[in-house]
Design a protein around this ligand. Structure first.
Ligand code: ZN
Length: 340
């Protein structure tokens, strides 16, 4: 039984009611990305009483995140916490009656199906198109809904994907944009109010899906919060869609997303992923690196600064090399300092 008092303002809504609240309590949602959109979505769903939240993010907090990422504070940045971990700590304090699972990892073709298998639906809060197309494949193949959301400047867009009933992402946009052809939030900027609006729309679509609400049609919404405009166009399935029509899951099946090094979107950083993902021996690593530069370990990630570069080592073995976009340099620094 869910706590009646906690959700009194929500169960009184005839759209939800006590029965709807029980449904939410029995639901699981995967929030893919704990940046600006993911922070707002996760907080809304945690407060609404969704029973289980799986929060997946590969990154650690930086000071510039505080402008738009509502769950975090300066202490989290000082502690260099991974976003998923900081989000889980904050949300457990907000609502101790739900289960919150932080997943500090890169979401790739290797783990997206397993993550989605534990959830009833997924919310997209990713910072790159590769993950969205991967999630689209995984969700359509599993027959689970997901909600696409994007925000840039004061503009945003939202599409709720209901496999088998409505269009998928590839029905509307068959291929992701060429890498580098679309501006990113770090180069173009983002208004935090636009983030909150898009996240609210996505979270609402998630609540409706969990409650079993079926809208009459499917729509793709674009909005501009500066002008105060929202426009929605009817979105249709395409019979020749390679994903939901042809059931060809090209992003899941390809090796895309599992590459061993990748330039972080819009960041002066390269992520290096070891071939065999093993948990690092942080104690030994710390001892070995101490004579070579500044080392800190916050219980989750280890940070090493030396030779003008900052390396962050994650529990899943990934290393984020800050201060360069040169993958060869990043890989050689990882080989030099961390080993493989
Ligand atoms: Zn489709």
């Amino acid at each position: 039984m869910v706590n009646g008092e906690r959700y009194a303002r929500q169960t009184v809504l005839d759209r939800i009611g006590a029965a709807g609240q029980e449904k939410l309590a029995a639901s699981s949602v995967l929030v893919l990305g704990c940046g600006a959109l993911g922070s707002a979505q996760a907080e809304l769903l945690a407060r609404a009483g969704v029973g289980r939240l799986i929060l997946a993010d590969r990154d650690i907090l930086e000071l510039h995140n505080l402008q738009s990422q509502l769950l975090y504070d300066e202490k989290d940045v000082r502690e260099r916490l991974p976003k998923a971990e900081a989000a889980a700590r904050r949300l457990r304090a907000v609502n101790s009656s739900i289960a919150i699972e932080p997943v500090v990892a890169d979401v790739t073709a290797a783990n997206v199906k397993e993550l989605l298998a534990r959830a009833d639906l997924a919310l997209d809060a990713a910072d790159n198109f590769e993950i969205r197309y991967l999630l689209n494949d995984a969700a359509v193949s599993a027959g689970k809904p997901w909600v696409y959301g994007g925000v840039l400047g004061s503009d945003g867009m939202v599409l709720a994907v209901h496999p088998g009933r409505g269009p998928c992402l590839r029905c509307l946009f068959e291929d992701p944009p060429e890498m580098g052809s679309v501006p990113t939030c770090s180069s173009f900027g983002v208004l935090n109010t636009a983030v909150a609006w898009v996240a609210a729309l996505q979270a609402t679509e998630a609540l409706k899906a969990l409650l079993g609400v079926e809208d009459a049609g499917f729509k793709f919404s674009t909005l501009d919060i500066w002008r105060g405009t929202v426009s929605s166009v009817a979105a249709e399935r395409r019979a020749d869609c390679p994903c939901c029509g042809g059931r060809r899951f090209e992003f899941l099946d390809s090796k895309r997303g599992s590459s061993s090094s990748a330039v972080f979107c819009g960041r002066n950083a390269v992520q290096v992923t070891p071939e065999r993902r093993l948990a690092p021996d942080f104690a030994r690593l710390r001892e070995r690196l101490a004579p070579l530069g500044a080392v800190t370990f916050n219980g989750v990630v280890l940070e090493f600064t030396g030779g003008g570069r900052r390396l962050v080592v994650f529990p899943d073995g990934r290393v984020l090399v800050n201060g360069t976009t040169d993958t060869a340099e990043a890989r050689s620094l990882v080989a030099k300092y961390i080993g493989s």
